[in-house]
Design a protein around this ligand. Structure first.
Ligand code: HPA
Length: 250
């Protein structure tokens, strides 16, 4: 198995890596079941890169139905040791307005009822992984430096709050998250980050801010629409591609 330089997990609005060439598709079956869809492995900026659409290529899976364990185990089985998670999020604090790219350094988990560990099955080893730094510091630094080299504006830091979804949050929930210290809100950051740590994968998040979270923007009673979310993600995609090129050229 040839090593994979980077595995990319695409979120809402990112269902393929356009620049991936010589693509082979894999449908691994893992001890945890099947991933969200085919893993596309190909060449990107001269490196071997794997891509998986977290919600499936047709966005068929809501956040609480994603088999996060199978997704990460599939990427690992294909030879990945580094995972860049693209997460579409809402912005809560001032620095994180629509179309901002961010590389958060902390997270708070508000999800519930998701299988959040590899120690779920009876008889599996119980592990208590360190999670004080939920994202791999080395990979984060490489992402931040790649953004600088590529001239891509990136907010380096911030706290990602992972909510259950699939509904969006109330204004009171976002106000509480702000008090808790969250800068960003999304529905898929956990249990993915924790499972990646259990699997020994280096994992970092590149968050694409698609909208102001409920009540967080200048017009407090704005309604968040999928059109707005997708349009802002599409606008940010060019910068994501430039950042990825620089990261892989490293
Ligand atoms: N809340 C939660 N998840 C999201 C949002 C949001 O406002 N925008 C994009 N994903």
């Amino acid at each position: 198995m040839t090593d994979i330089a980077l595995a990319v997990i695409g979120g809402t609005g990112v269902y393929a890596l356009g620049e991936l060439t010589g693509v082979e598709s894999h449908q691994p079956v893992t001890p945890y079941g099947v991933p969200s869809g085919p893993v596309r492995v190909g060449t990107y900026a001269g490196k071997r890169v794997a891509f998986l659409a977290r919600h499936g290529e047709g966005h068929a899976l809501p956040p609480h139905r994603i088999n996060y364990r199978a997704n990460l185990a599939a990427l690992k089985a294909l030879g990945a040791s580094r995972v860049l998670a693209l997460n579409t999020v809402g912005g809560i604090t001032e620095r994180f307005g629509p179309r901002v790219l961010a590389c958060p350094d902390q997270l708070i988990d508000y999800t519930w009822g998701r299988i959040s560990t590899l120690c779920e099955e009876p008889g599996s080893d119980v592990v208590h992984v360190d999670f004080g730094e939920p994202y791999a510091p080395g990979l984060r630094q490489r992402i931040i430096k790649a953004a600088q080299r590529a001239g891509v504006a990136l907010e380096a830091g911030g706290c990602y709050g992972a909510t259950q979804g699939p509904r969006l949050e109330t204004r009171a929930e976002i106000a509480r998250m702000r008090r808790d210290g969250c800068d960003l809100v999304g529905m898929t950051g956990m249990p993915e980050a924790g499972l990646a740590r259990e699997l020994g994968l280096d994992y970092a998040c590149l968050a694409i801010v698609a909208n102001w979270a409920a009540g967080a923007g200048p017009a407090v009673d704005d309604v968040i629409t999928l059109d707005e979310v997708l349009a802002n993600v599409a606008t940010a995609t060019c910068d994501v591609a430039r950042l990825l090129q620089a990261l892989l050229a490293d």
